[in-house]
Design a protein around this ligand. Structure first.
Ligand code: SF4
Length: 415
């Protein structure tokens, strides 16, 4: 049994600033919805947020709300309400917890932010199926329930190389959304504003990449568990100067930690890559589980999915299409394996943990032999854990603890 040392991860000082930025974002959304001063669009997390923002919409991200339901451990009680109206316990637990919360009339926003009573009522729902079909079904439910249009992009999947044909297809679909959005917003698209928004998203993405890459240092100054929280502005505020300003502050703090040789996990001795979704209701426990073993989960596919190197304000529609197609989740296993191999090298990884999330097959890459193939090629050992992003009934804490302890011990002894 590996010796446990009660170390925990160090607090990031920029957290307070981030909390303020996120609060401002939610109050702004609430203001837009309750006063009618601005139209509200709901957008899937990797949908055309830049277009919506450039057209003046206040943008709400249902997946962000669902992750909050998970992180506050409200989700498991919400899911049965969605199951009762025919949405299976086997489909996306973001979807079932979000719809369940709506049916029950509750939201973590009202607990976190005084004066906010509900999610902002949408004027339009916009999806991109690049991640999964569930997002379209999710917004379709709200469309029927609230009598609001749901429009979006149908994306190819399992793409090895992103070609011009793929980009043309998706770029045309994004452009085709404009007339409907103009009708709802009551204003014409200002192409210069769109260029500027895409450029701001590009800058945000570059800073977020630098933030994550600070973890290539030994010891790493941040953990995956920090990353899942600090990616908030990259998800909900990309395309704004606010997100850029925030990541400059966060980056400076992490670079200073690197100059000081200060790791996020004291005495870091094992470096882990996390493949798959976080288990939102167990972030703190998992952070402690690893750090007590002096293991740092320091890089992940999930946090890196908000890096979009192709955004280019000079060619907004095609570059958005390219960025949204190049996403890890859209790609073939061949591409994904090459990507993970690069990450193992860059971050000097000792072991991979694959999270097989019961209700998210699209983010569970351990089901078709990938761990075995990658281990054979790289020699980096892996562990598959069964769980779920939001449905804690699928999570076994004891099994997770036993398996992780044995895995870290195996890595340590193998040295
Ligand atoms: S990718 Fe997974 S978690 Fe995200 S919306 Fe789709 S099924 Fe849900």
């Amino acid at each position: 049994m590996a010796e446990e040392k009660k170390t925990t991860r160090k607090k990031i000082q920029a957290s307070d600033l981030m909390n303020k930025i996120m609060a401002d974002y939610f109050y702004d959304l609430n203001d837009a919805a309750t006063t009618g001063r601005r139209k509200v669009a709901w957008c899937t997390s990797v949908g055309p947020a830049e277009l919506l923002r450039a057209m003046g919409f206040a943008v709400h991200f249902p997946e962000n709300h669902a992750a909050m339901l998970g992180a506050t451990r409200m989700s498991t009680d919400m899911i049965p309400a969605a199951n009762a109206i025919g949405y299976s316990p086997d489909i996306c637990s973001y979807l079932t917890s979000d719809i369940g919360a709506f049916l029950k009339g509750v939201t973590p926003l009202s607990k976190a932010y005084k004066g906010i009573e509900s999610v902002p009522k949408p004027d339009v729902l916009v999806f991109n199926t690049n991640q999964c079909r569930d997002v379209q079904d999710w917004l379709a439910w709200y469309s029927r329930r609230l009598n609001v249009p749901s429009i979006g992009v149908s994306s190819p999947k399992n793409v090895k190389d992103v070609t011009d044909a793929h980009i043309d297809d998706v770029a045309l679909q994004i452009e085709a959304l404009v007339p409907a959005l103009e009708k709802i917003s009551g204003a014409r698209l200002d192409i210069d504003r769109l260029r500027e928004t895409v450029s701001l998203s590009r800058e945000c993405t570059e800073l977020w990449k630098k933030v994550l890459e600070t973890a290539a240092s030994v010891p790493a100054p941040l953990t995956f568990f920090d990353g899942t929280i600090h990616m908030g502005p990259a998800v909900v505020l990309r395309g704004t100067q606010t997100a850029i300003d925030y990541y400059k502050v966060l980056l400076a703090e992490l670079e200073q930690r690197n100059r000081d040789g200060e790791g996020a996990v004291e005495g870091e001795s094992t470096r882990i890559y996390w493949e798959g979704m976080p288990i939102w209701g167990r972030l703190r426990q998992h952070s402690e589980l690893f750090s007590h073993l002096r293991a740092n989960v320091l890089a992940s596919t999930y946090c890196s999915s908000w890096i979009f190197p192709s955004f280019d304000g000079r060619d907004p529609f095609r570059s958005m299409a390219k960025a949204y197609l190049e996403l890890f989740i859209v790609r073939s296993d061949e591409f994904k394996e090459g990507y993970i191999k690069g990450m193992l090298e860059k971050f000097r990884i000792d072991g991979i943990v694959y999270h097989d999330a019961k209700t998210c097959p699209c983010n569970s890459n351990s089901r078709y032999g990938m761990p075995q193939r990658l281990e054979a090629e790289t020699g980096v050992p892996s562990l598959v854990i069964s769980g779920d992003l939001n449905d804690l009934r699928c999570v076994s804490d004891e099994q997770m603890k036993t398996n992780v302890e044995a895995f870290i011990e195996q890595i340590t002894e193998g040295r």
